[in-house]
Design a protein around this ligand. Structure first.
Ligand SMILES: Cc1cc2nc3c(=O)[nH]c(=O)nc-3n(C[C@H](O)[C@H](O)[C@H](O)COP(=O)(O)OP(=O)(O)OC[C@H]3O[C@@H](n4cnc5c(N)ncnc54)[C@H](O)[C@@H]3O)c2cc1C
Length: 359
């Protein structure tokens, strides 16, 4: 099988072998078998956040396909769910919205699997998975053990986690806690505008879902076989976070938002008091789309002869216009990075995971 058949960017060479475990037990067994072989291995859900090299993978590709949503507990205010890693994320959101369970409705329409959600702490329209994630069941590559990792141990941040940063293993299931209120607080300006309400207004979650889906479609951010702009990994770059002094040197119209500083990692001997957190610089999030556009790269842009291009609906998405290679995608990404770096001195970080190639 070619991995271009199972990735939304439609790039990626051959796989040595492919397995599709459909239960938790099968997934754990398949992963352990792949690890025991000592060969290359890759776990994929919906293939919507990877750029796999044209050389493909010599070893085993595990297509996580275990589905199921289980209610662990419920009370007057919340419900605790355990969701199998292979459950399509948007099927989970649709189910939660139908049941009146609030907390993930603004994440409607994000492609891929539930198990991949924690890898980059998926987020959109003012919500992030981290605000409802309780724990994951994780098969650890180093220890070979399957254990329940509380969300606080996952190092979740803006489009990142310890798992994305290199802790190897496989998420078998995720545990979420959702509110049974049926309502959501609107926390994203564009969503507020679409709903015709002020930021901070409480609205029914079904309304949030039905507003987010067309907003995403208008940007090519909803997987749709009839939309060539959705042959992508979604946003290709994260919004860079810089110090306030650096941001002051940028043109005044450069879009920016303040962000809370991330807590520093500290090692403290058991039994001793936690040290005061050192003052950290104020931090500012810049718009990667603004930086790209103002580096002279507009919608629809492509390098001469390349079949990879910028989406004609959204500057942040790189799309495969048909038959592009992974190298063409990477070449365009590197070009964009170089242009933004030379124009603004800002280093853009790709959001998708590059497998077997350098972006
Ligand atoms: C049109 C479009 C719109 C998008 N919009 C958004 C958005 O708004 N917000 C957002 O955050 N993301 C967005 N994305 C990115 C993507 O959908 C998410 O990152 C999603 O969570 C990826 O899920 P997946 O199952 O497709 O992961 P894959 O692409 O299959 O895998 C991604 C990475 O996670 C690893 N992985 C996958 N499953 C597991 C597992 N069970 N255990 C351990 N590792 C695993 C893979 O090895 C790989 O490194 C978008 C993508 C597209 C194509």
């Amino acid at each position: 099988m070619l991995l271009s058949e199972v990735t939304t960017m439609r790039v990626g060479g051959p796989a040595g072998s492919v397995v599709r475990p459909v239960s938790e037990g099968e997934l754990v067994a398949a992963v352990r078998q792949a690890w025991a072989s000592g060969e290359e291995w890759l776990v994929l859900g919906g293939g919507s956040n990877v750029v796999v090299s044209d050389a493909g993978i010599d070893g085993t590709v595990i297509l996580v396909s275990n589905r199921g949503i289980e209610v662990l507990s419920a009370d007057a205010t919340s419900v605790r769910l355990r969701v199998q890693a292979g459950e399509p994320w948007d099927a989970l959101v649709a189910h939660a919205v139908d049941q009146g369970w609030a907390g993930i409705e603004a994440l409607s329409g994000i492609p891929g699997s539930s198990g991949a959600g924690p890898i980059q702490n998926i987020g959109a329209y003012g919500q992030e998975l981290s605000s409802v994630l309780v724990a994951v069941d994780f098969l650890d590559y180093l220890s070979g053990e399957l254990s329940r990792l509380p969300a606080v141990e996952l190092g979740l941040g803006y489009r990142t986690s310890a798992l994305k940063r290199g802790r190897e293993g496989v998420v078998v299931a995720i545990e979420l806690e959702l509110a049974v209120s049926g309502e959501s607080v609107v926390a994203f300006p564009q969503l507020a505008e679409a709903l015709g309400v002020e930021l901070g207004t409480r609205v029914p979650i079904a309304l949030v879902r039905s507003s987010v889906l067309p907003l995403r479609a208008a940007k090519g951010m909803l997987l749709d076989p009839s939309d060539p702009n959705s042959v992508s990994c979604g946003s290709f770059f994260t919004n860079p976070v810089v110090g306030e002094n650096f941001a002051r040197g940028l043109p005044p119209d450069a879009l920016r938002w303040p962000v809370e500083p991330e807590p520093e990692d500290v090692a403290v001997p058991l039994g001793s008091a936690l040290p005061a957190r050192p003052e950290s610089d104020d931090r500012v999030k810049l718009s990667a789309a603004w930086l790209i556009e103002h580096s002279g790269i507009g919608r629809g842009f492509s390098l001469p002869g390349s079949r990879a291009a910028i989406s004609s609906k959204h500057t942040l998405a790189i799309i495969n216009r048909g038959g592009a290679t992974a190298e063409e995608v990477a070449e365009l990404a590197r070009y964009i990075e170089a242009m933004v770096l030379s124009r603004f001195g800002v280093h853009l970080v790709p959001e998708p995971v590059a497998v077997g190639l350098q972006i």
